[in-house]
Design a protein around this ligand. Structure first.
Ligand SMILES: Cc1cc2nc3c(=O)[nH]c(=O)nc-3n(C[C@H](O)[C@H](O)[C@H](O)COP(=O)(O)OP(=O)(O)OC[C@H]3O[C@@H](n4cnc5c(N)ncnc54)[C@H](O)[C@@H]3O)c2cc1C
Ligand SMILES: *[C@@H]1O[C@H](CO)[C@@H](O)[C@H](O)[C@H]1NC(C)=O
Ligand SMILES: *[C@@H]1O[C@H](CO)[C@@H](O)[C@H](O)[C@H]1NC(C)=O
Ligand SMILES: *[C@@H]1O[C@H](CO)[C@@H](O)[C@H](O)[C@H]1NC(C)=O
Ligand SMILES: *[C@@H]1O[C@H](CO)[C@@H](O)[C@H](O)[C@H]1NC(C)=O
Ligand SMILES: *[C@@H]1O[C@H](CO)[C@@H](O)[C@H](O)[C@H]1NC(C)=O
Ligand SMILES: *[C@@H]1O[C@H](CO)[C@@H](O)[C@H](O)[C@H]1NC(C)=O
Ligand SMILES: *[C@@H]1O[C@H](CO)[C@@H](O)[C@H](O)[C@H]1NC(C)=O
Ligand SMILES: *[C@@H]1O[C@H](CO)[C@@H](O)[C@H](O)[C@H]1NC(C)=O
Ligand SMILES: *[C@@H]1O[C@H](CO)[C@@H](O)[C@H](O)[C@H]1NC(C)=O
Ligand SMILES: *[C@@H]1O[C@H](CO)[C@@H](O)[C@H](O)[C@H]1NC(C)=O
Ligand SMILES: *[C@@H]1O[C@H](CO)[C@@H](O)[C@H](O)[C@H]1NC(C)=O
Ligand SMILES: *[C@@H]1O[C@H](CO)[C@@H](O)[C@H](O)[C@H]1NC(C)=O
Length: 636
């Protein structure tokens, strides 16, 4: 939206901003100093202050300004968030004033696939074709202010017609508006407006989230994708760490930070997924990495964050300045305690990596039992491989009745030469040979992380509406006890034999010595395998059939996994939205403290994310009865 009018009262603030800047109209340029130990980005030096709010009319301040705590306490707690059409929903004039105050950064949501539908003014069969072609490509969704990569959890209300010929197109579970933020002031104004007007607040970065955390009907979105500032600092000094760091804007994606790190000779702990938001939901939820077996989780690397809290205030979060938040926000999940605008993380020296891909299958010469013996021989090596600092992404899939395939996709041997890799893999490879299982490793050594990662991890496919996932962090003790080890293999074999694929990571993610504790799932600290599986249904399945498939996955399939390690948990960012007792599974023993801090920093529950901390106090009654975000958000 473009600003439609500039109200005279804003001019004072505008002058402070400096004309010509792509900033909000309301806000004030402040110094770039920060107790984080590195200067604020320019985008962070433009902030809403009490002084800049003086430019607004009182009725506007009531909507877009900070609220003193006394007024918050006196307000009755609203049971439900608003939806368009409600009596109290902001008028068009209010939205337009909001856009003016933002400096024209407000975007009214048009579903990404609207170009496929004649009922929308955006109808354009050429564009529809492009959108359909690229529906499974993540770039298409991360560059859109509202779209998400798992449309099932939006409510499937506007799919490309090539995917669902009977679909219609409505906004459904997509947020109603998004602010395309480029300054802290715009984040603060959006947070204030949502809080003061009782709107559902949605934080969307890339839209990778598996469970619909970055979408929500009637939502006002804070779209962080364009916060792309990226700087490496060679000599950072804080009380707990002296050395090189990277400061990343919240919109930086894995491929971007890896490219720059490669040029400067550093290694960054980020995801294997190319387009994941490394400074957004990924790191806030823990974040596993091809480097995790060596350096722990992505959240463990974080030394400081700049954050807009639910009360609209912009704060620096470090171990010294805000120790509670510093603990909670690093691992406790995105969209829960505030909107992060940047993070500062440790980076590590350049390291060589050996990457290997190979596969084996059942065949005339490899029986089903022999195949699973080969898998068993591999699983036996999990402790040795993870303890050697390697990260392996492998799949086991059923390819027909009594036929199976194992894919190493890839084995990522950090700090291993070819010889060291061969030595590490020799025991397993010898077992495979003894079993008569043929396989041909394609193994390459790379001098540094970036080319190894680029060769090893292709862009993944997203956008499915006929699939859901679930996962488990299998603990080391399942390897230390023979009967637990056998139970683990039985559970995996049963899953794959029932037609569900296994996509798993052999890795570890221990907190490195001397790093401050964070709130990442304690189950991660003990794991040797993060295992994911999924269930699919036919494209014409009814909602009741989908529901029943989901229930089977949650209870029967994943139930068998849980039974092998009831005390363990699952990774909140790659999980089953219906995980029973999600508080224990996703947060473990940290949940009590995380919940208390949620009440302290977000007493009105402004930040809501399905399966997030405190989400049990809320409920979405979806239109289709499935666990998606296409419905009104209400307190339970
Ligand atoms: C193809 C693919 C590959 C993946 N690869 C990996 C991997 O290698 N390792 C791994 O650990 N995970 C991986 N994931 C999971 C990924 O970490 C999660 O989906 C994560 O939520 C993505 O964060 P995002 O910011 O990119 O996505 P979004 O969906 O935009 O955001 C996710 C959550 O974080 C919140 N959030 C985002 N930005 C902010 C912010 N600045 N401040 C506050 N809250 C915010 C959102 O509100 C939402 O709750 C992958 C997922 C996919 C689909
Ligand atoms: C504030 O009041 C003025 C009239 O004084 C009105 O024009 C404007 O729309 C109001 N703004 C909001 C956000 O209510
Ligand atoms: C702004 O004013 C409010 C209420 O008067 C006060 O509580 C708050 O601390 C002030 N914020 C700043 C950043 O000065
Ligand atoms: C699809 O995505 C690819 C990769 O991002 C891009 O190069 C291509 O132009 C896109 N195609 C269409 C038709 O949009
Ligand atoms: C296709 O769209 C129709 C109508 O919107 C819906 O009922 C059906 O469930 C959708 N199918 C899939 C696979 O999403
Ligand atoms: C979002 O804002 C950026 C500037 O920060 C601009 O380059 C981009 O085009 C905007 N995107 C949309 C979809 O408006
Ligand atoms: C680093 O900062 C600490 C205080 O946090 C200070 O005591 C120390 O001298 C600094 N070291 C360097 C090399 O600047
Ligand atoms: C399995 O390995 C063989 C031999 O290296 C290779 O030709 C084939 O493409 C691989 N199959 C898959 C599915 O990767
Ligand atoms: C790589 O391994 C060697 C020992 O083989 C060790 O000395 C070195 O610190 C490791 N480097 C990294 C970056 O982990
Ligand atoms: C081996 O792997 C490299 C790097 O991924 C790839 O370029 C090459 O095509 C592969 N070779 C074979 C025979 O599969
Ligand atoms: C585990 O399975 C192996 C191989 O089938 C078997 O030899 C062993 O006795 C089993 N151990 C236990 C404790 O069941
Ligand atoms: C879906 O289509 C298949 C054949 O394509 C048919 O057998 C099945 O009954 C259909 N299911 C539903 C729920 O319509
Ligand atoms: C899905 O199953 C749950 C119980 O498992 C039930 O409450 C809900 O109504 C079902 N929804 C649909 C669409 O069948």
């Amino acid at each position: 939206m473009a600003p439609q009018s500039l109200i005279a009262g804003f001019l004072g603030a505008l002058l402070l901003a400096g004309l010509g800047q792509a900033t909000s109209a309301v806000g004030q340029r402040v110094s770039d100093s920060s107790v984080a130990g590195a200067p604020l980005f320019e985008s962070e030096t433009f902030q809403v202050t009490n002084k800049s709010l003086a430019a607004l009319k009182p009725n506007q301040t009531a909507l877009f300004g900070f609220q003193s705590s006394s007024t918050t306490h006196n307000q009755p707690r609203k049971r439900c968030r608003l939806l368009p059409g409600d009596k109290s929903w902001p008028s068009d004039s209010t939205w337009s004033q909001f856009d003016d105050i933002l400096g024209g950064a407000l975007i009214k949501t048009v579903p990404l696939a609207a170009s496929c539908y004649p009922s929308w003014p955006e109808y354009d069969s050429g564009k529809c074709k492009d959108i359909s072609t690229n529906w499974t490509v993540s770039y298409e969704h991360d560059a859109d202010p509202a779209s998400i990569m798992w449309p099932l959890f939006e409510g499937r209300t506007c799919l490309p017609t090539a995917i669902n010929t009977t679909s219609t197109c409505s906004i459904g579970g997509y947020s109603s508006y998004a602010v395309n933020v480029s300054t802290v002031a715009q984040v603060q104004l959006a947070v204030n407006f949502a809080r003061n007007a009782n709107l559902r607040l949605v934080v969307k970065n890339t839209g990778h989230d598996f469970n619909g955390k970055s979408t929500g009907a009637g939502g006002l979105g804070v779209w962080t994708h364009n916060l792309k500032d990226l700087e490496f600092i060679e000599k950072y000094n804080s009380s707990g760490y002296q050395g090189p760091v990277v400061k990343m804007g919240a919109g930086v994606q894995a491929f971007e930070v890896y490219e720059k790190a490669e040029k400067l000779g550093y290694t960054v702990v980020g995801g294997e997924g190319k387009t994941v938001g490394v400074a957004g939901g990924y790191v806030l939820g823990g974040g596993h990495s091809p480097m995790s077996s060596v350096y722990g989780l992505a959240a463990d690397q974080v030394l400081a964050l700049e954050v807009v809290l639910a009360n609209g205030q912009f704060v620096t979060v470090t171990e010294e300045t805000n120790p509670d938040l510093f603990w909670a926000i690093r691992g406790g999940g995105g969209g829960t305690y505030g909107v992060v605008t940047s993070i500062i993380s440790r980076v590590h020296p350049k390291v060589g990596v050996t990457v290997s891909t190979f596969n084996f299958t059942t065949s005339a010469n490899v029986s089903v039992e022999t195949f699973w013996s080969g898998v068993r021989a591999y699983f036996k090596r999990f402790p040795a491989h993870a303890d050697a600092g390697t990260y392996a992404y492998f799949w086991i899939i059923g390819t027909g009745p009594n036929s199976f395939q194992f894919l190493m996709n890839p084995f990522f041997a950090v700090n291993h030469t070819l010889t060291e890799f061969n030595t590490l893999l020799k025991p397993w490879f010898n077992d495979l040979k003894a079993l008569g299982i043929p396989f041909t490793p394609n193994t390459t050594y790379y001098e540094s992380f970036h080319p190894a990662w680029a060769a090893g991890f292709p862009l993944e496919t997203i956008g499915s509406v006929t699939m859901m996932t679930g996962s488990r962090l299998f603990p080391r003790e399942n390897w230390e006890d023979d009967s637990k080890f056998n139970a683990t293999l039985r559970a995996i074999r049963s899953t794959v034999s029932m037609g569900h694929p296994l996509l798993a990571f052999n890795m570890k993610a221990e907190l490195p010595d001397g790093y401050p504790e964070d709130s990442s799932n304690p189950a991660f600290r003990k794991t040797l395998m993060h295992a994911i599986t999924s269930a699919t249904w036919a494209s014409n399945a009814t909602n009741a059939q989908i529901n029943s498939t989901m229930n089977t996955l949650t209870n029967n399939v994943l139930g068998k996994w849980r039974a092998t390690c009831p005390e363990a948990g699952a990774y909140l960012s790659e999980s089953d939205i219906m995980e029973p007792n999600f508080q224990q599974a996703f947060y473990g023993t940290n949940y009590g403290r995380l919940y208390k801090l949620k009440q302290r920093y977000d007493p009105t529950g402004l930040f809501y994310a399905p399966t997030g901390v405190g989400s049990e106090n809320w409920q979405v009654k979806s239109e289709d009865g499935l666990p998606d975000q296409n419905g009104r958000l209400c307190r339970v």
